[in-house]
Design a binder for this molecule. Sequence first.
Ligand SMILES: Nc1ncnc2c1ncn2[C@@H]1O[C@H](COP(=O)(O)OP(=O)(O)OP(=O)(O)O)[C@@H](O)[C@H]1O
Ligand SMILES: Nc1ncnc2c1ncn2[C@@H]1O[C@H](COP(=O)(O)OP(=O)(O)OP(=O)(O)O)[C@@H](O)[C@H]1O
Ligand SMILES: [Mg+2]
Ligand SMILES: [Mg+2]
Lengths: 255, 255
Amino acid sequence: RLPTIAIANQKGGTAKTTTAINLSAALAEAGKRVLLVDADPQGSATSGLGLDIYDLDRSLYDALVEDAEVGGLVAREVYPGMDLLPSSVDLAGAERELERDLGWHVLLREVISEIEPGYDYVVLDSPPSLGTLMISSLVAADYFIIPIQAQVFSLHGIKQLMDTVRKVRDRLDSRVELLGVVMTMVDWRTRLSRRVVRQIEKTFEERMFRTKIRINTRLAEAAEHEAPILAVDTKSRGSEDYRKLAREVIERVGV
Amino acid sequence: RLPTIAIANQKGGTAKTTTAINLSAALAEAGKRVLLVDADPQGSATSGLGLDIYDLDRSLYDALVEDAEVGGLVAREVYPGMDLLPSSVDLAGAERELERDLGWHVLLREVISEIEPGYDYVVLDSPPSLGTLMISSLVAADYFIIPIQAQVFSLHGIKQLMDTVRKVRDRLDSRVELLGVVMTMVDWRTRLSRRVVRQIEKTFEERMFRTKIRINTRLAEAAEHEAPILAVDTKSRGSEDYRKLAREVIERVGV
Ligand SMILES: Nc1ncnc2c1ncn2[C@@H]1O[C@H](COP(=O)(O)OP(=O)(O)OP(=O)(O)O)[C@@H](O)[C@H]1O
Ligand SMILES: Nc1ncnc2c1ncn2[C@@H]1O[C@H](COP(=O)(O)OP(=O)(O)OP(=O)(O)O)[C@@H](O)[C@H]1O
Ligand SMILES: [Mg+2]
Ligand SMILES: [Mg+2]
């Protein structure tokens, strides 16, 4: 069955979107056919791949709320081997609308089950919250990856995230499992970074990916170029790190 | 009337909490009596000042949902001249509960109108979303400050934030006005940082604070020490920058 990976962390700015875009591109470069689904109403993944979220008449919104066919909404080949089911400003209003619908938490899972065959991976970018679309992403996914910034505030939110996952599994008929945590924006020169990495390693042990995404301005610039880092600067540290992460993901998922 | 300033930006990780804590401390150091209100269910400001959000039986939740008296909930002198109305994990569940209440958007404003006299400023830390508590913060405030990270993804969200503020003013009987935007985590060595600052300056002109908060690991470490940067390293760039910002805020507010 098509492995679906949610990139999840309710803390803001932990490189969820940067990971969603670049892990997807690296999986595609490794030969996988990938669908990236932007489940964040703020649409950073969509903007980061060059689409205008204010000017999109076809997005995840139409599938979730209007029951539109997914095939007609997908932006093809945003990177070789990688398609995008975009977010749009319509999705921002949708969370409230969705929640009034009994069993709203399964709607995103249903949308994903309707995507056409031919993909090897689905990757979901989710919002910095424990709200409707984030919960929907966890319910839709087989696995989740937690990108954790090598900073102090990261530690507090993790417990809350794991409690939420436990509720999703117990109450919402989901078997989503933690594929791993990946340290992001790691600056090995700072003692704070090293301390936080060590602390998180104690908690997660082998669940922590060996790959650490190092801080690298090129990654932030790639968003300015509206493309994955692999397209913008294939030799940069950012590209190296996300390729390594993709290899670990493939190894852990087993396909 | 007591100037109330919401620190707002729905994009994650733009240094809202870092600004809420350190601007408040710098205002206090400048002789103002400040109440910091943590309106973010993730409670980073509360954790960053040394309180345990999992072990707090008195927080903003009790005022908003249980009608408890504010005076009994406040943590006094988290820094000289600065008190904190903390968040707690209870607030996480509250957003849904709150929204079912007709006119929920005025509840936080009512709580703040009941705080005891003696404060010169109220500062509100808000979540990375355009949801209940963030809207409540805008409605409760006289002014809002937008901390903007010197990165690309920042630009997309600003339009959405300003549209939201416009709706709040038109429909929810609020006169909240933009006190200014402050560039955060600015790394002058990178061309990306400089480009983004220039671009935002074009949009906001004199509304951009002259003070730019430079990237400074000490600011992230201060959170590890669970105190404002002024307490942890009073000579650091982080302390300098937030003092300068406080002076500009006092000048613009006029008290
Ligand atoms: N390794 C890195 N090195 C340098 N900058 C990075 C790195 N990873 C991400 N960034 C930058 O940090 C900022 C935050 O990253 P990103 O938007 O991916 O986080 P997020 O978790 O998706 O945020 P949100 O919670 O708002 O969805 C972006 O400007 C991004 O370009
Ligand atoms: N000027 C700075 N230099 C270095 N690190 C900083 C600076 N400002 C903030 N940080 C760090 O960046 C991270 C994000 O900051 P912060 O938590 O204040 O952002 P936020 O906007 O409140 O995030 P959220 O959207 O999750 O509420 C924190 O780890 C913080 O310590
Ligand atoms: Mg994101
Ligand atoms: Mg915060």
